[in-house]
Write a protein that binds this ligand. Structure first.
Ligand SMILES: [Zn+2]
Length: 237
């Protein structure tokens, strides 16, 4: 990551060398550096440099802010260079709120967004988080598309409402209370925990829970096709 920054030193005694040695120590390669006097009796140090190891923007700000006797007052990061040099992108957990708004914008083409969210989470949080996300999305779709008019009871709501809703996301087959996602788009890139399918479990639960004519239900992925048939089977009880 290439960046240029300007730091103001608190006194004239703090000079270029005091700024660049900690940067070099922290693993940056200097491209250019310049010192000028500031109006406040200190110096302004301008540095253009490059990180040699993968660093995030937060790392950089921390490194620059921890230089003694200086205040960082300008920082520009060269994004193009950043994209080219950081082949290992900084892993940042996506927050559910922004994932939901992306889903709202792209619905029903959401499988990639769901997988990105899944990949951004630590493995032990994936199942619960995807389940929760699915509940919100499924509930929202019921409210948006099916809440008007008199609510359908089970099992009619499955064939007339839930299956058509799921068809936007994947190829679907249904037999009574069992739903099959053919070429399930949620677990194709999933790990062996097939946490992607927990999005679908949550979706079905949230969808049916929003229907006032449906009593408590339980949804389970009774067979996952991840890594084999790619047909996932969900049972509603
Ligand atoms: Zn699955």
């Amino acid at each position: 990551m290439k960046f240029s920054c300007a730091l103001e030193t608190s006194s004239e005694r703090i000079r270029l060398v005091n700024v660049i040695s900690p940067l070099i120590k922290a693993g940056y390669q200097l491209i250019s550096q310049k010192q000028e006097s500031s109006e406040n009796g200190g110096n302004i140090i301008r540095v253009v440099a490059k990180s040699q190891e993968p660093k995030t923007q937060a790392d950089l700000i921390e490194d620059l802010s921890s230089i003694e006797g200086c205040t960082l007052f300008n920082l520009e990061i060269d994004e193009d260079d950043n994209a080219a040099s950081s082949s290992v992108p900084a892993k940042k957990v996506l927050d559910e709120k922004s994932v939901l708004s992306a889903i709202g914008a792209y619905y029903p083409k959401i499988a990639d967004i769901v997988s990105q969210y899944e990949a951004s989470l630590p493995a032990d949080r994936r199942m619960t988080a995807l389940h929760e996300l699915g509940r919100k999305v499924g509930g929202g779709i019921y409210q948006r598309d099916y809440a008007l008019g008199s609510p359908l009871k089970m099992p009619k709501t499955i064939s007339r409402e839930l299956v058509p809703a799921l068809k936007g996301l994947s190829k679907v087959k249904a037999k009574d209370n069992i739903i099959y996602l053919i070429k399930c788009p949620f677990c194709k890139s999933s790990d062996h925990n097939h946490s992607g399918c927990h999005f679908v479990v949550g979706y079905i639960e949230g969808f049916l829970a929003s229907n006032p004519a449906v009593d408590m239900i339980q949804v389970e992925e009774t067979n996952c096709g991840a890594g084999s048939t790619n047909i996932c089977e969900f049972t509603i009880r």
